[in-house]
Ligand binder design. Structure first.
Ligand code: HSE
Length: 274
């Protein structure tokens, strides 16, 4: 049995405008690397973190928390060492903590002979998100674990659906050089939503899912709208409106805040437009 594995832990775009806390997609080429090793020394250790100033204590690190939750569930008394090579900047809005949590549980499950399916690893990776932001959302960890687009149909009970990904869909992400903590970005959101806005939002969510399956790029573009969260959060991001306007002018299907920001994403048909 393999004792050690080096993995790519992909970054993700959560929300995708109309799907706050429920929609996300995985980025093919942006992500962290991690080396996970089973050891004889019982317990989880984080021996190396490169590229970010993050805690090495497993109780304070999202990867450690996620792995501990998984080992507890599996009843496994094994030692696990984690090395993290961060390429995703923390607080950038492309699922930095989610990549570490998802990558760590995926690798440990793999080294233990895959007792769980990828979709069953989501709740443990969500524990990392709880530590990072105070809220155990799944819209970053689900696409990081499953790839492509994912929908959290329900949180209680957890029901995550892998969606179809059209071949010609490309994401562009730009990252303003500021940090916005997810917890802070969540604190500006209102807890109640007017019915007219909710109707617009769930119409767009259904439209986006339909657009992904029918590979109707124009419908995808029409549906990439957020009338609930973006107006509140975009004021935290300098030049957001200007970037969005110019992305749409340049041919993007849609443009919005990536996760809790400050990164801004656009989806386009075709690499050249992206
Ligand atoms: N859905 C979460 C939020 C994603 O927008 O707060 C955080 O990356």
């Amino acid at each position: 049995m393999e004792k050690s594995v080096r993995i790519f832990a992909p970054a993700t775009i959560a929300n995708l405008s109309c799907g706050f806390d429920v929609l996300g997609c995985c980025l093919d080429t942006v992500g962290d690397e991690m080396v996970i090793t089973l050891t004889d020394k019982y317990g989880v250790s984080i021996s190396k973190i490169e590229g970010a100033d993050l805690p090495k204590s497993p109780e304070k690190n999202v990867a450690g928390v996620a792995v501990n939750a998984l080992l507890k569930y599996l009843g496994k008394n094994v030692g696990v060492d984690i090395e993290i090579y961060k390429k995703i900047k923390a607080g950038s809005g492309i699922g930095s903590s989610a990549a570490s949590s998802a990558g760590a549980v995926w690798a440990v499950n793999y080294l233990l002979g895959n007792p769980l399916k990828n979709v069953e690893l989501i709740p443990f990776a969500m524990e990392g998100e709880r530590l990072a932001s105070g809220n155990a959302h799944a819209d970053n960890v689900a696409p990081s674990l499953l790839g492509g687009f994912t929908l959290v149909r329900s949180y209680d009970p957890l029901d995550v659906i892998a969606l179809h990904s059209p071949d010609q869909l490309y994401a562009t992400v730009i990252h303003p050089q500021i940090e916005i903590k997810t917890a802070d970005s969540r604190s500006v959101i209102k807890q109640n939503v007017p019915l007219d806005k909710a109707i617009t939002q769930w119409g767009n969510l259904g439209g986006l899912v339909a657009g992904l399956y029918s590979e109707n790029y124009e419908l995808i573009g029409r549906s990439l709208k957020d009338v609930i969260i973006e107006p509140l959060r975009s004021i935290l991001i300098p030049a957001f409106d200007n970037v969005k306007e110019n992305a749409l002018k340049a041919g993007a299907l849609g443009c919005g805040i990536s996760g809790s920001g400050p990164s801004i994403f656009a989806l386009s048909k075709g690499y050249d437009t992206a």
